[in-house]
Design a protein. Structure first.
Lengths: 147, 147, 147, 147, 147, 147
């Protein structure tokens, strides 16, 4: 699916859902199409730490600069992805659950053919559940914002 | 990614994200692994119509039967997917936005290797935005429930 | 339980949960203890109609007067009870579900022995589910506010 | 009310609302009708601790087993009951309030006469308020899920 | 307060709160400082109509152009202001209440002295209440987004 | 605007938005009209501390007494103001943001000319953002309750 993929959000989701060797190939493929991509993983019972992990990955890769403006865009894209993660309460440890996620931040036009303004997408995919081994199921989130 | 895919939620997301000829192949691939799959599309400013479209597709394909129990499981999986869609307010036309979605309902174990109880996943992927052509961006949702 | 019951919220819940001949006895018992009580039933896919039914019952029984102040107290007690009813989205038909409820509005001290200021409680009990016969389960809500 | 009571949610609420000697009698009455019941009490400013207390009581009484499936059903029934408790924000200490609760977990058919599948109900009843003695009012919550 | 006012959000609030002859003076004062301002009023039981009224005023005044990007920024600023308005459920008629508002949309730097990127603020002020004359109290909302 | 201002909520907002020497003048002006006013400031990543700061200011100024009733009214007015502050999740540090606020608590009739019952308003105004200097924008909240 990645080869034909030309939209920002789908790229963020596919990279977040990729495993092992597939990840680097997907990231490369997205970069060749002109998208900027950062990726990472995080496990926590703290929403705060998940937000910080995504922000750190984005900064390290140069997807956001020191201006508040770009970080504000990223922050709200993260919050929107976390709504898909939380599916109601935007809480983890506070409601006795934990999450292990892989995430991708992607910058580019909404659709390749559209060459419009730049947007930012945050895709998350992983497991959520009780702090007991194996007591978890999949979860995903996608947030998109204008840059 | 679909070939190696052995988890319920990822299958639901990949089928929902597939386009054109890819869809049928993905559905076949999932069925060969033992998952039961229904898929469909819906566009509306009404959350109610989106819920009804998913429920109808699941019934038509025999994924839920006439018992309340299975429909209760499906309903709450849909509501959870809609949280990713709405990212806060679980409303569409009421807050002046519309959505065009493709969705997949998948039944099977959480992970192929685990052969545990049956679970149900609802994946949604599409566009959300103002009721103005082109004023939209991608959105996705995933809900998972025990059956 | 009703005989020993001396607290506002429990009375509202017990009256809302009572059926048939029990209702009138419970209401009488509460009134003898000095509580003012109104009760009613409503079935709807509209939150708006449920709110209106409770407000109408309270007015008819003289539990609220024409001043905004008392109606503001009642309104917020209703909204709080509806949170227990909705358990997340405060919506019914919009998310394809319907509710059939019995409710009670009770005015009095929080606890009989405390003779403090007057408070208002709204208790709701009934069934919520899909608009399909038998596809429903119990639901309850309790809202309490100072008067 | 308990004698005639034949529905899952009402039993959970009545047991949670019972005091003193009444509790054991109500639990016995429910068990004679074929329902399985666990009960307990918890006071905390931590949602997390309330969830853990209910889960522990359910496990100790054998209402859930080691499989994720049954614990997933219980967890979501708890979360729904907590919505009635929180009436908006699903937070306690974070918004400077504390709760003291009695709770009941009940497993059985939705209605005795229906002998359908097993469902699980979580009923909670108690006091919520500021961390100041006497500055509190009643609160209740009910969550129901298919097992 | 308006003369010394040099921040985006405060200007949006003050203009929305101004009455009669004061409005035009406040708008002029803000424009002289370099802010772009649109203002209007709307009364409705429909969140949708309030959103549409703000969007229309912003377009008429040229604060947003035909590109999705600027309308996306405005839309989310409106949604955030509506959270202050709704204080929980982002609903009006659905929960039997109505609102009469004056609003202001302001574009400029966050603070005059900072000459950073352009941001957009939506301020709302008015009355919310039951659909009964006089049964209403004040309400306000402020949403701010990067442009 | 303050001179002509005769409504409870607008006074709370204007006092919260005032700076420096303006504050005392605004408070005096409100008191001369018969309103009771308390004011303060607080910065925190903890919703809990913001609530406590407002409650403490109200008590110190004698706006609420030792009875639960008046503190219940204040508490819910604060929670409503915090909805405008949070604009969705009612969380600060948990979602990696911090707030610096000035607030005002005002008691009086809803409108001077109406001499009806006493109501309480909580107005908040300040900055919210990432825990990085300058990465913040304005925020406001208003909660109103019958006393």
């Amino acid at each position: 699916m990645m080869e034909q993929c030309s939209s920002l959000g789908k790229i963020a989701l596919l990279v977040a859902m990729a495993e092992g060797g597939l990840i680097e190939g997907y990231v490369e493929s997205a970069r060749e199409k002109g998208f900027r991509v950062a990726t990472g993983k995080v496990g926590s019972m703290d929403m705060q730490k998940i937000i910080a992990a995504v922000e750190t990955a984005a900064k390290r890769e140069g997807l956001v600069d020191e201006r508040y403006r770009s970080q504000h865009a990223l922050y709200h894209a993260i919050l929107e992805a976390l709504q898909g993660l939380g599916r109601g309460p935007m809480q983890l440890g506070d409601v006795l659950r934990t999450a292990g996620l892989r995430f991708a931040i992607v910058i580019g036009p909404r659709i390749l053919s559209d060459k419009d303004d730049l947007w930012i997408a945050v895709g998350m995919y992983g497991m959520i559940g009780a702090p007991i081994k194996g007591h978890e199921h999949e979860v995903c989130g996608l947030g998109i914002n204008h840059l």
